[in-house]
Each structure stands twice: as C-alpha cells, then as structure tokens.
Design a protein around this ligand. Structure first.
Ligand SMILES: [Zn+2]
Ligand SMILES: [Zn+2]
Length: 317
C-alpha cells in the first residue's frame, strides 16, 4: 500500500497531506468499486421510486416502512457507527455489539472499517488539510475556492476523491475486532437486507406484490439515499462556520449546532458540541438541544444493555 508520506519523498507530491491517506492501490480501487455500485443502485432506485410514486401511488404501508427503516438506520449511524465504533462513547457485550454492527452497516454508508477510519481522520484534521470531507479543503489539502463548492464537496463530492483513508493507521482496534470485521466483510448482505429484502418482505406481508414493489423502491432504495444525504448535512451544514446554526464553543474549526440537521439525524447535528467533547455519549447542553441518539444510549444504560457511558468530567450537567 502506498501512503502519502512515501509519495512525498518518492515523487515530490504536495507535502500538505498528513500520513494515513492512501492515494492509489487496491484500497482506493475497492473504494471506487463500492461507491459506484452502491450509488448507482441507490440513485437508479430513487428515480424509479419517484416514477412509481407518481404513477402508482404510495400507501400507508410504504410510508410506515419508510419511517421505520429511516429511524433504524439513523440510530445505526448515530448510536452504533458514530458513538460506539468511532468514539467508544459506551461499551456493551458481544450480542449488543453484533446488533449495533448490523444496524450500522444497514445505513448503507460503507463498512464499519471505512466509516470509522474516515471519521477519525475527520476529527484529527477537522477543517484543515487532511480532513476527508471539509468544506474548506479538498481531498489533497488544497483550499476550496468558494463556499458553494465547499458545501458540495462536504455533502458528497469527497466520496469521489482519488484517495482514501488508511485503516491500518486509523482503525487498528476495528481490524482486531472480529465482530466489526464480520460486518465489514459481509456488508453487501446487510445493504441488501436494509434496502431490498426487509422493506420488500414487510410490504408483501401487509399489501401484496404492489406494496412490495413500492416498499423496495420508496422505503428501501430511496430511503437509503435520502438518509445518506441527511447524514451528510453534518459534514456540510454543521461545518459552515456559523452560516447555518450556532456555535456554543469557539473551536479551531467550522463546526456549528444546527436544528434541522439535528432533527433529521436524531442529534448528530449538535456537531459543535460534539467536536468540543468528541467522546461524549450525550451531546445536548441545553433543553432545546434534543439528542435522541444520546437519550437512546442513556435509556439502554438504564436497562443494563450498555455500560461505561462516557461523559467528559468538565461536562457535568
Ligand atoms: Zn465534524
Ligand atoms: Zn465524531
């Protein structure tokens, strides 16, 4: 594998990039393969879903499956992928860890290994050269010319950078975790379960073949795409340096807390709070900051299903 460090010395490449970034080789090829296939399926499915909705109509079964699967995968990204696997905000036994591995992967946002590696790199270099999806610097550490271009890079353009994060550098714990690696290896099965099989089965059970097709397109594929776009608002809107939302803490980055993103992501939009206290399991610092994912973790703690819930000592509320 080629890391940027080596490229700098060998080829005189731009020294702005820190170590832990791969610019070529099989890992970058694999990233493109995964991204092309999953986005092609989600976007084709979303177009078909809109055509289906306008020509065939959408009923209550499709809407409830949409809401249910959107909620499950939003908790999967927020509670499981982000706060458990990336930040280790709490601990749990192997059965719960496997459950969290499943719902994290069912968000269809890449494997646990890839998501964890990217997000840790994002925190280490937040809005500086080396950040994987900053509105201010591209994937090679070059300043992005305009705010609009930066927003579009952070919202999704970064996925197509000819570079990726080295898991050996950022996620050794995940590489050594058999549960997380099981879900990393079997990710396509969980994507299929989330976007096709579960919505289709529920649709068929409650409304026959017509509802089955509607559920696969609208509540499976279209929902996966919309949910990914909602999560991505955290990278764009919540790094807008106060243009959207507000800053509770003056940090050395562009993070903000933003209400719409917070609602759509069940709390992840409290992103300025999160960058101040990255390991905290609960992100709210005021009654109007509603962190549903954090409340779920606290609730699971009360039930004894998770433990060692982390709150920074400076942050007693
Ligand atoms: Zn961030
Ligand atoms: Zn984070």
């Amino acid at each position: 594998m080629t890391v940027v460090q080596d490229v700098v010395s060998e080829e005189g490449a731009d020294p702005k990039m820190p170590p832990g970034v791969l610019v070529e080789g099989p890992v970058v090829d694999a990233k493109f393969r995964d991204s092309y296939i999953s986005f092609a399926i989600m976007i084709a499915g979303s177009i078909a879903a809109l055509v289906w909705a306008f020509t065939q109509g959408i009923g209550w079964v499709e809407i409830w499956v949409f809401v249910g699967m959107f909620s499950l995968s939003t908790v999967g990204i927020g509670v499981a992928m982000h706060r458990l696997f990336v930040h280790r905000s709490f601990r749990c036994g192997p059965v719960m860890r496997a459950f969290f591995g499943a719902i994290a992967t069912m968000a269809v946002q890449g494997s646990v290994l890839k998501w964890v590696s990217n997000h840790r790199r994002h925190h280490l270099h937040a809005d500086k050269p080396g950040d994987v999806h900053s509105p201010y610097y591209d994937g090679f550490g070059n300043r992005i010319a305009s705010f609009a271009k930066g927003m579009s890079h952070a919202q999704g353009g970064w996925v197509w950078d000819q570079a990726t994060t080295d898991a050996e550098y950022y996620a050794k714990d995940i590489l050594a975790d058999p549960i997380a690696m099981f879900f990393t290896r079997t990710r396509w099965y969980w994507y299929a379960l989330s976007a096709v099989i579960i919505p289709g089965a529920i649709g068929y059970a409650f409304g026959g073949v017509h509802a089955m097709i509607g559920c696969v397109l609208f509540s499976g594929l279209f929902r996966s795409y919309l949910m990914t776009m909602a999560t991505s608002l955290v990278n764009s809107v919540c790094h807008s340096d106060g243009r959207f939302g507000y800053r509770r803490f003056e940090l050395d980055d562009g993070t903000t807390n933003e209400l719409v993103t917070t609602i759509l992501t069940f709390g992840e939009g409290l992103h300025n709070n999160h960058h101040r206290f990255p390991r905290d399991a609960y992100l709210s610092h005021a009654w109007y900051e509603i962190d549903i994912n954090g409340l779920i973790i606290l609730g699971l703690g009360k039930l004894g299903l998770v433990h060692d819930i982390f709150i920074h000592p400076d942050n007693e509320r």
